[in-house]
Design a protein around this ligand. Structure first.
Ligand code: SAM
Length: 213
């Protein structure tokens, strides 16, 4: 029984489906990850005219925080997801913003992004790179769509991730931050930094700058 649950949770962390485990992990995202999403937006330092992308937005809390930063400017918030459940959930909570065309959501993977080159000023993702099937392919796509000197941000709670792994619930992902930072470097990102942050809980951010020279 324990192993069946661990396998189901692992699968649904990577891509929440329409079943009961998808429902359960979506509730956990709402309860536990708001602080990471809000702080990813803060670290991005989003300006009112920025074009912003979130990869793997889950329930949409980061999109909401990003929208607040661009609502009075010319900025746009975009998001992509591979989970229909998460897409529907975020579409529900952001219906007004979507109607106003300030938020645009798409069902697609980071490995092939439906955006023009050099489109985004800022890109962020939270609890997501662990599940990308090919980090290099993802980084190359992110490099393509981000502007020169654009900022890429992720936030993560290493302590909690280690706990999840110890319970065998990270069977579909690899959160190793060194692996992620080496992939950033290999694919032309510079100024790569990992920092400790405290805001209610202690967690980490990894930031990088797109270098297109
Ligand atoms: C652990 S959840 C995190 C959700 C949210 N960011 C949070 O922290 O609460 C990972 C999310 O990334 C999405 N995801 C996984 N692989 C992806 C990919 N290749 N491209 C886009 N989204 C992906 C999943 O569907 C899932 O909703």
């Amino acid at each position: 029984m324990g192993q069946v649950v661990a396998k189901q949770v692992s699968k649904n962390l990577a891509r929440p489906d329409s079943g009961p485990f998808g429902w359960l992990v979506a509730r956990k995202f709402l309860q536990l990850n708001k602080v990471l999403e809000v702080n990813a937006v803060k670290v991005c330092d989003i300006q009112p005219d920025d074009k912003v992308l979130e990869v793997g937005f889950g329930p949409g809390l980061g999109l909401q925080a990003a929208y607040k930063r661009v609502k009075d400017g010319k900025g746009e918030v975009h998001g992509i997801e591979i989970s229909e459940r998460m897409l529907k959930m975020a579409e529900g909570s952001l219906s007004q913003e979507i109607l106003a065309k300030k938020v645009q959501l798409k069902f697609c993977s980071v490995k092939k992004l439906p955006y023009d080159p050099n489109y985004f000023d800022k890109i962020f993702h939270v609890n997501c790179y662990y599940f990308w099937p090919d980090l290099d392919m993802a980084m190359q796509e992110l490099q393509r769509v981000i502007k020169p000197q654009g900022k890429l941000v992720t936030t993560l709670n290493l302590e909690r991730l280690k706990e999840v792994k110890s319970k065998n619930m990270m069977q579909c992902g690899n959160f190793d931050p060194d692996r992620y930072m080496k992939a950033l470097e290999r694919n032309g990102f510079t100024n790569i930094k990992m920092a400790d942050i405290k805001d209610k809980i202690a967690f980490q951010s990894i930031t990088a700058t797109a270098n297109k020279n």
